[in-house]
Design a protein around this ligand. Structure first.
Ligand SMILES: Cc1cc2nc3c(=O)[nH]c(=O)nc-3n(C[C@H](O)[C@H](O)[C@H](O)COP(=O)(O)OP(=O)(O)OC[C@H]3O[C@@H](n4cnc5c(N)ncnc54)[C@H](O)[C@@H]3O)c2cc1C
Length: 631
């Protein structure tokens, strides 16, 4: 029994397409004394993996006359001429193959590639049915072998598979529509999906597939998608070269990828083949930054194979203006200012938020860091020279959220900022200086922060200082004293002690088992920041949290003003007992006067009890139990 697609010829099974449509077959055999006329597959593969392409070429000359004068054509397609065409043109020309360009000026929209399919059809219609045509992407393909090897390898694939069009296969699947990716059969190696950037086929096969040109909406398609769909519906017509025998789509030329350049050929180790036609798809032609210069894998290979052409066509800079059809005004031609370019791209990537291949390489690089720093310093100097003013100084703000953040996911950081608005005559410009008319002056940073809109970007640095960090032990007494926005770091501590999920036991009780006693001073009742939070802790944890608030400016002028030290004085017996314990800490934060008034208050309490506050203060400081931050 013969399988489908095979014929019996003089007692041997022969693939059917050897009989049709190539017959009649007029050939002349010529002698070749140097090498066996036909290489055995084993010999050929060994030769390929050693990079002995010239020997193979010599051997293949014996096949030449056996071919029925089959012509090999190379067709490419481009809307505009770009210098990257050099890869295809120069490499093909070196193999005595001369690309023919279709599509110039047809469109500017690379998304609508029906024109490319129609160009293939038009090209095929002018060629003999038995001829073979290569259809290659114009800007990222290299031809690394001559006509004989290409034709021989094509015909081997054609006769093995019974299919007369071979596409390069690639590792990634694009576009992922119509379930094409998941329905593509698995392949032996990583090359699995159809890529329309490089194909070789018999002219009659293209004519059969494309009897009519695509028209109207049909033309507005991605050509790769069109071929994928065609292959899905006609799997017997198109072969994917998943073993890189004839065509190979490469993303990189590296040891890790198993692809190396040796003897002017690219050796694909995973498949053990040396394909004559290479398509540098996707990452293969995209920008990489190496040693401060942009390049690509296709450019790297091209430079090594054709150093002279690469130097004159692809390297250095050319700056000029294209004037209509008649003139190109050259402004500069010569070495590139790579530092300048890198620097401009770094700014785009880091500050402009641009996403590009360049940014992928440069964004977090050391090079970008130093270049951006250079720009920053230059701008500082320039701004100083122009305005005569120094740049704004840093402002410090205490972190008002705990380590879990207010979102409990450690992704946010909260500040508690007081908008500074002063009526002052200090430094008032144009107001006659000291003694001049009073001016309302706003603090720069606090107003900037208070006016910041949701979504706005702000630049922050830090954190600095560790004065107000909580003690490690969970059973301790904390006397917390704050005025105004000095509550910010205290709020952070209280969130940790009484709110954060991560500071709770599995049974929801708190890990903190000591006492936190807050004395908070504000001018008006309406200024009691986080008042609700404090009341809630007091209600939930009456044994662990006490809260005393002193309001200094409410009520009539004659009423006695109440400050934190007034409140502390009223509870001094309890406080003093606590202060004698070795696990009691004082944390105080707020306006500058707070430190001295707290000290005076405790010194007076000590005196009343016949003790010396200075000694206790010194001991607490030494033991890291007295923490004050004022501003
Ligand atoms: C450790 C630390 C922690 C801090 N934590 C917080 C916090 O949690 N919350 C908080 O709100 N603040 C905090 N501050 C204070 C904060 O750093 C700022 O000092 C405050 O916000 C004022 O900054 P500003 O840029 O708004 O005012 P600035 O522009 O620096 O002005 C400062 C003062 O000078 C006055 N002034 C400025 N220019 C003029 C002028 N031309 N003529 C007359 N007067 C002028 C302003 O009105 C203001 O009173 C903290 C400070 C420190 C040191």
């Amino acid at each position: 029994m013969l399988e489908d697609g095979w014929r019996l010829h003089r007692g041997k099974q022969i693939p059917w397409n050897l009989f049709s449509p190539k017959v009649p077959f007029h050939a002349t055999v010529v002698a070749n004394h140097q090498l066996p006329r036909v290489l055995s597959p084993a010999t050929r593969e060994a030769g390929e993996s050693c990079g002995q392409a010239p020997a193979e070429e010599a051997a293949a000359t014996s096949d030449l006359s056996l071919r029925n004068q089959t012509q090999l054509h190379l067709m490419t397609f481009m809307f505009t001429i770009q210098r990257h065409f050099a890869y295809l043109q120069v490499s093909a020309e070196s193999q005595q193959i001369f690309p023919q360009v279709m599509g110039l000026g047809k469109s500017k929209d690379w998304g609508k590639m029906g024109d490319k399919i129609n160009a293939i059809r038009a090209f095929a219609s002018s060629k003999d049915d038995q001829d073979v045509m290569i259809v290659a992407d114009a800007f990222d393909t290299l031809v690394l072998a001559g006509q004989l090897e290409i034709l021989r390898k094509f015909e081997e694939l054609e006769s093995e598979s019974g299919r007369s069009i071979v596409f390069n296969a690639e590792v990634a699947c694009f576009p992922d529509s119509d379930s094409i990716c998941e329905k593509t059969p698995p392949a032996k190696h990583r090359w699995r999906y159809l890529n329309a950037g490089l194909m070789v086929g018999r002219v009659h096969a293209f004519k059969t597939i494309l009897p009519e040109p695509l028209q109207g909406e049909d033309k507005e398609v991605n050509d790769q998608w069109w071929w994928q769909i065609y292959r899905r519906d006609h799997p017997d017509k198109i072969l994917l070269d998943t073993e890189c025998k004839l065509l190979c789509s490469l993303f990189a030329v590296t040891e890790e990828e198993g692809v190396i350049l040796e003897g002017r050929r690219l050796h694909v180790r995973p498949t053990g083949t040396v394909p004559p036609l290479i398509h540098f798809a996707s990452y293969g032609h995209r920008t990489r930054w190496v040693n401060g210069r942009s390049t690509s894998y296709v450019q790297d290979v091209f430079r090594q194979l054709f150093p002279q052409e690469s130097a004159s066509l692809m390297e250095g800079w050319w700056i000029g203006i294209r004037v209509g059809s008649s003139h190109d005004l050259k402004i500069y031609e010569g070495p590139g200012w790579w530092r300048l370019l890198t620097s401009a791209i770094c700014l785009q990537c880091d500050l402009g938020g641009v996403e590009s291949d360049d940014c992928k390489y440069l964004r977090h690089s050391v090079t970008c860091f130093w270049l951006n720093l250079g720009w920053f310093l230059l701008l500082l100097v320039l701004s100083f020279c122009v305005t005569g003013e120094r740049p704004a100084k840093l402002r410090l703000y205490s972190i008002a959220s705990s380590r879990s953040g207010d979102d409990q996911r450690s992704k946010t950081l909260s500040l508690c900022v007081k908008r500074v608005v002063d009526v002052s005559e200090r430094h008032h410009r144009g107001g006659g200086g000291l003694g001049g008319p009073k001016a309302k002056v706003g603090g720069i940073c606090s107003n900037y922060l208070c006016d910041a809109q949701v979504g706005e970007k702000v630049v922050i640095t830090g954190p600095t200082g560790n004065e107000l960090l909580l003690p490690e032990e969970s059973c301790c007494n904390l006397i917390l004293v704050a005025t105004g926005t000095g509550i910010a770091p205290i709020r952070s501590q209280l969130r940790r002690l009484f709110h954060d999920v991560s500071a709770a036991n599995p049974d929801a009780s708190r890990k903190f088992t000591g006492l936190a006693w807050l004395f908070y001073g504000v001018r008006y009742a309406s200024c009691r920041l986080y008042h609700d939070e404090h009341n809630s802790y007091r209600a939930k944890f009456p044994n662990n949290f006490r809260y005393n608030c002193a309001i200094s400016r409410e009520g009539s002028d004659s009423a006695e003003k109440e400050y934190v030290q007034t409140q502390m004085g009223q509870h001094m017996d309890e406080l003093w007992r606590l202060l004698q314990l070795p696990n009691t800490h004082i944390y105080a934060c707020g306006v500058k006067g707070l430190e001295s008034s707290l000290s005076d208050c405790l010194a007076s309490a000590a005196r009343d009890r016949g003790q010396d506050w200075r000694e206790l203060h010194k001991a607490m400081r030494t033991e890291g139990r007295y923490h004050v931050e004022v501003y």
